[in-house]
Design a protein around this ligand. Structure first.
Ligand SMILES: [Ca+2]
Ligand SMILES: [Ca+2]
Length: 164
């Protein structure tokens, strides 16, 4: 029986943890897994700052995992949960990441797309890139106006410079 390892990261802010029921469904290009309750016996799942792993067994491999559906259901009282991300390890050993980075409030269902987890340092890099792109565009326009014939070379130069 193929088995997928699902790793769930809970936020480290206050009240991020939960005692609610968390169900997961893995959606692959071939088929879906069963809706599976993530629960380890004699263990307090999804506490603040925790990274918990679970096995999801399937009858047949699912193909490429493209979506992950999470459902939160009330256990005792509603207990909001901040999920950072979910990682799925496939039977062939590949890791697929599903960034979440949001609060799940009340009875809630979210569908996560595959993607690289977005870390604060990435934000910084992309902001720098955006700024650089803007600068480049402005310079491109300026050069076009001033020196139409040489503009192409300047742009090639700038782009080469930008690639570093
Ligand atoms: Ca909570
Ligand atoms: Ca808990």
């Amino acid at each position: 029986m193929p088995s997928y390892t699902v790793t769930v990261s809970t936020g480290s802010q206050w009240f991020a943890g939960t005692d609610d029921y968390i169900y997961i469904t893995l959606v692959g290009t071939e088929r879906c897994s069963e809706r599976t309750l993530l629960d380890k016996p004699l263990y307090n799942d999804f506490e603040r700052g925790a990274v918990d792993s679970y096995n999801v067994k399937v009858a047949e491999e699912l193909g490429d995992i493209v979506l992950v559906k999470i459902e939160k259901k009330k256990y005792w009282v509603h207990d909001d949960w901040y999920c950072r991300y979910i990682t799925v390890k496939t039977p062939s050993g590949d890791y697929v990441e599903f960034p979440c980075f949001r609060w799940l409030v009340d009875d809630k269902e979210v569908v996560l797309r595959e993607g690289k987890a977005h870390l604060p340092q990435d934000d910084k890099t992309s902001q720098v890139k955006q700024h650089r792109q803007k600068e480049l565009d402005t310079r491109r326009k300026t050069y076009r106006k001033v020196q139409p014939t040489h503009a192409v070379f300047f742009i090639m130069f700038l782009e080469a410079e930008d690639a570093h």
